[in-house]
Ligand binder design. Structure first.
Ligand code: G3I
Length: 368
């Protein structure tokens, strides 16, 4: 076991537990506007209702699409009712926040944060440093190592400071590992050297010492090499006193992955003693990209069984390590998977009409 380099306030971390939700006011503050002046319309939180946020004993989050949040009332209501944590699907990435060298754009991210806080939800920041989704100006930036370090440090300081006290946690570095468990070569590693990861955590911690800081990556459940490379690397950071508090397991998974792969991944990451965030969960039903696949009750049941396994296994981790489980998107209608892979798929807990799928009941059953 390794312990986190910095002690965290569990009160802050658990600021949106289900217990809070049932005891808080049933209607969020109606006087709030976001920082662009748009009213943040409150949505009732129903005390005692059977919802994910009321019934799962750790934070349950979703990656949220800002356009739907602003324009689709049913989507917005479902997000408020069911989830106690929010991650921005795209609007806190560097391409959205810092689209050109002298421009920061906060409006969309601020809207999302204001909405979440008005609904007593935790906000998880995604993501500070990633080799993808980079704006052109960074890809074309010319400068020596000092100029690159300044750009890198200033960006982290500016963003984490802007959201200080409102965003509880950050994916400080996203997807830095290859499948073989060694570090990827990215623009950041090329310009800053491979120890950029440690410095990213130091800079984020400088800007908000209360923020819970994660290294986030995918594929922990698909093979030992990558997961063990990540675990070993993170243990090395902790041993050096780098302020890293947790490991984000994205878990873009599929229904036909064997149970043992899920259990082994969650258990081994949990054995670090650090916080564990299943940060981008979805369970695909069409991993072979069959264009004419038809959804069947059997597939839905197999998916429900995997969701149940993930929530049950996660629930057996020590409470202090349970940062939460976040699904990547809200419903099958807004999932990134069909567009990205150009195929039909149904990977989430709600269908495109906002109905609960069998996996929803399975999740509640898993944590009883
Ligand atoms: O907003 C533009 C739109 O104006 C334009 O017409 C359209 C044309 O392609 O693109 C739109 O932007 C897209 C954006 O999503 C908003 O929908 C980008 O092309 C597209 O690349 C972007 O994809 C996102 C991707 O990260 C890259 O940032 C996905 O929505 C998002 O779900 C995905 O999320 C990632 C996590 O951050 C990290 N882990 C994997 C996960 C899934 O790939």
């Amino acid at each position: 076991m390794v312990s986190a380099a910095c002690s965290k306030s569990d009160d802050y971390l658990n600021s949106a537990t289900p217990e809070d939700v049932v005891t808080q006011s049933t209607l969020a503050d109606t006087s709030k506007t976001d920082t662009s002046g748009t009213p943040v319309v409150p949505v009732p939180v129903i005390p005692g209702a059977v919802t994910l946020r009321n019934n799962v004993p750790f934070p349950v989050g979703a990656a949220v699409n800002i356009n739907l949040l602003q324009n689709d009332t049913a989507y917005r209501a479902l997000v408020s009712r069911e989830f106690s944590s929010i991650t921005a699907e795209s609007k806190m990435k560097i391409s959205a926040l810092h689209p050109s060298e002298n421009v920061y754009k906060w409006e969309n991210a601020d809207y999302l944060v204001d909405f979440a806080l008005s609904q007593h939800m935790r906000v998880h920041g995604h993501t500070l440093i990633w080799g993808s989704s980079l704006p052109t100006w960074i890809k074309e930036f010319k400068g020596d190592s000092v100029a690159w370090e300044n750009l890198f440090r200033d960006y982290i300081h500016t963003v984490v400071s802007h959201f200080k006290g409102r965003v509880a946690s950050w994916d400080v570095v996203n997807e830095p590992f290859k499948d073989d468990g060694t570090l990827k070569s990215t623009l950041w590693s090329q310009k800053l050297g491979s120890d950029y990861i440690a410095r990213a955590f130091i800079y984020a911690h400088e800007a908000d010492p209360n923020a819970v800081l994660f290294l986030n990556d995918y594929g922990h459940e698909y093979g030992n090499n990558k997961r063990r490379g990540i675990i070993s690397y993170v243990k090395g950071l902790v041993a050096r006193g780098i302020p890293i508090h947790g490991i984000g397991m994205q878990m873009h998974a599929r229904y036909n992955l064997d149970d043992n792969s899920f259990v082994k991944a969650i258990t081994e990451v949990g054995a670090t003693g650090l916080k564990v965030h299943i940060s981008e969960l979805d369970i695909a039903l069409n991993p072979s990209s069959n264009k004419s696949l038809v959804l069947t009750p059997e597939l839905l049941d197999l998916q429900a069984a995997k969701y149940k396994l993930v929530f049950k296994t996660y629930n057996s981790l020590p409470k202090s390590q349970q940062f939460g489980i976040t699904t990547w998107n809200v419903t099958d209608g807004d999932s990134w998977i069909p567009d990205n892979y150009n195929r039909p798929d149904w990977p989430l807990l709600f269908d495109a009409h906002y109905n609960k799928k069998p996996a929803y009941a399975a999740v509640l059953e898993a944590v009883k």
